[in-house]
Design a protein around this ligand. Structure first.
Ligand code: ZN
Length: 480
């Protein structure tokens, strides 16, 4: 029996780097072009959801699907930004929403694909960004001349800070300072955030200058404290904006690492270093090179590693191999973070949305790509049959029944998805024992990280020394 469709459909494909997302997107779009549908959906448009592939050029380092493999399928939001242009999630959601509207108007099905899972999450489940897409201005255009007046909460917080802090708030830098090069500036921004909004500040380390500055900019631009924005958002369950069929392409970690290493070697064969050289040639000599590591396309994995190698006055084969290994490690870590985001954020959001009113639906299916020989049956054909059932408004199977990997990875304990709970679950605390220099405090996240830290040799050593000192001074047997 067909279910009534209340929302327009989108297909999303997420997953770690190197699992074959771009390939599946093209296969689905080609299949969409061939189908006949009583609802009229025919053809697909690929909407890029990879935060590095939005940049122009640098196709090797950003892993863009080569033109030859796009099979004539339209790819939008790919290669549209200049190398150092800032492009934040709210801007992407704004642009993707327009691209999806355009696709729907021509009865095409948007296939949103990319490794930046939080882009997809904020697109599919709106209402959880501190700055909503409507408020986003192009980073090249001047800031809005009038900003909304500060809320009572922000006003009260502003009235309690020192004049120095107030001056800093009124003239926030546009580019975050480097914590390594300018620890003083970094800590000042952190202290300002802490004074204005302690709940949000304790989520970050003072070295996370990009996040710290971003939170301050949001307060300046919205007139609201970020924790107050989160509190307002937490009072509602996010409902999907579209009828959303989400595919999570998955590979067992060991197999994925093996494939990523092969891909890194292939990228090096494919002149990865030319991309790095070109990026280096665009850098301003007056600017500290580490500032580039958090700017635009310069954040692509491989740039930092080979920039270091190419800057070396005496390069050697051994140093080259070190760079290769560092890039491989960075890829492994990135893949791990991507998988953990999907499992711990996206999947719970899909599950929580089922409680939302209005007959809207979002479903996530894990497709296991671990066996490369089984792509056609375990990935492509399965995805096509699920997509057909979804577009024809037929009932869909239970996602847990598709494979053993699906059963394991999709069975996540129910957890709080509202922003306030997430914020409070990840507080950073200063370790007074390990902090030698007050101007550069040692901060550790509470919970598992803190437990591991408290058991670490260095902490125990310093603690013993500290207790020893106190003992000496307390008993008065010290020489001082
Ligand atoms: Zn410590």
């Amino acid at each position: 029996m067909a279910l009534p469709r209340t929302l327009r459909p989108i297909i999303t494909i997420c997953g770690a780097t190197g699992v074959g997302k771009s390939k599946l997107a093209v296969e689905l779009a080609l299949n969409l072009a061939k189908r006949f549908d009583t609802h009229g959906w025919k053809g697909g448009v690929v909407v890029n959801a990879d935060s590095m592939q939005v940049y122009k050029g640098f196709n090797t380092i950003t892993n863009k699907i080569p033109f030859g493999e796009r099979e004539g399928v339209d790819h939008v939001l790919m290669g549209i930004k200049e190398p150092t242009e800032q492009y934040v999630v709210g801007q992407w959601v704004h642009d993707a929403t327009q691209a999806i509207n355009d696709a729907h108007l021509s009865k095409k099905v948007p296939v949103v694909v990319g490794g930046t899972a939080y882009y997809i999450q904020h697109l599919a489940f709106p209402g959880r960004l501190a700055v909503e897409p409507e408020q986003v201005t192009d980073s090249l255009s001047p800031p809005p001349p009038t900003r909304p007046p500060p809320s009572d909460m922000l006003l009260s917080a502003l009235s309690q800070i020192t004049p120095d802090m107030r001056e800093l708030f009124d003239a926030l830098p546009e580019i975050p300072p480097s914590a390594a090069e300018e620890p003083g500036a970094a800590l000042s921004l952190y202290n300002l955030l802490h004074a204005l909004d302690p709940d949000v500040a304790s989520r970050w380390h003072w070295r996370d200058t990009r996040k710290v500055l971003r939170n301050l900019q949001i307060m300046r631009d919205t007139g609201k404290r970020v924790s107050d924005i989160f509190k307002a958002q937490s009072s509602m369950t996010p409902a999907p904006k579209y009828d959303t069929l989400c595919f999570w392409l998955y590979a067992e970690p060991e197999e994925l690492r093996r494939r990523l290493d092969i891909r890194t070697d292939a990228m090096l064969q494919d002149n990865l270093l030319d991309d790095v050289r070109e990026l280096r040639s665009l850098m301003l000599p007056s600017k500290d090179s580490s500032a580039y590591f958090t700017a635009g396309v310069y954040q692509s994995i491989g740039f930092r590693e080979f920039h270091k190698y190419l800057s070396d006055p005496s390069p050697s084969e051994k140093k080259y191999q070190v760079a290769v290994e560092e890039m491989k490690t960075a890829n492994h870590q990135y893949a791990k973070r991507q998988t953990s985001w999907i499992r711990n954020k996206l999947v719970p959001a899909v599950q929580a949305s089922k409680a939302a009113e209005g007959g809207r639906r979002a479903e996530v299916y894990l497709l296991d790509t671990t066996e490369p020989g089984e792509w056609t049956s375990a990935v492509r054909d399965l995805a096509i049959s699920l997509m057909e059932a979804f577009l024809n408004c037929e009932p869909l199977p239970d996602p847990l029944t598709l494979s053993s990997a699906a059963k394991t990875m999709l069975s996540v304990p129910e957890r709080a998805t509202d922003p306030t709970a997430v914020l409070l679950a990840r507080r950073k605390i200063i370790c007074p024992v390990c902090t030698k220099d007050e101007s550069q405090p040692v901060m550790i996240e509470q919970g598992r990280e803190w437990d591991a830290h408290a058991r670490s040799k260095v902490h125990k050593y310093l603690l013993a020394k500290c207790v020893g000192n106190r003992h000496v001074s307390a008993t008065g047997s010290g020489t001082g």
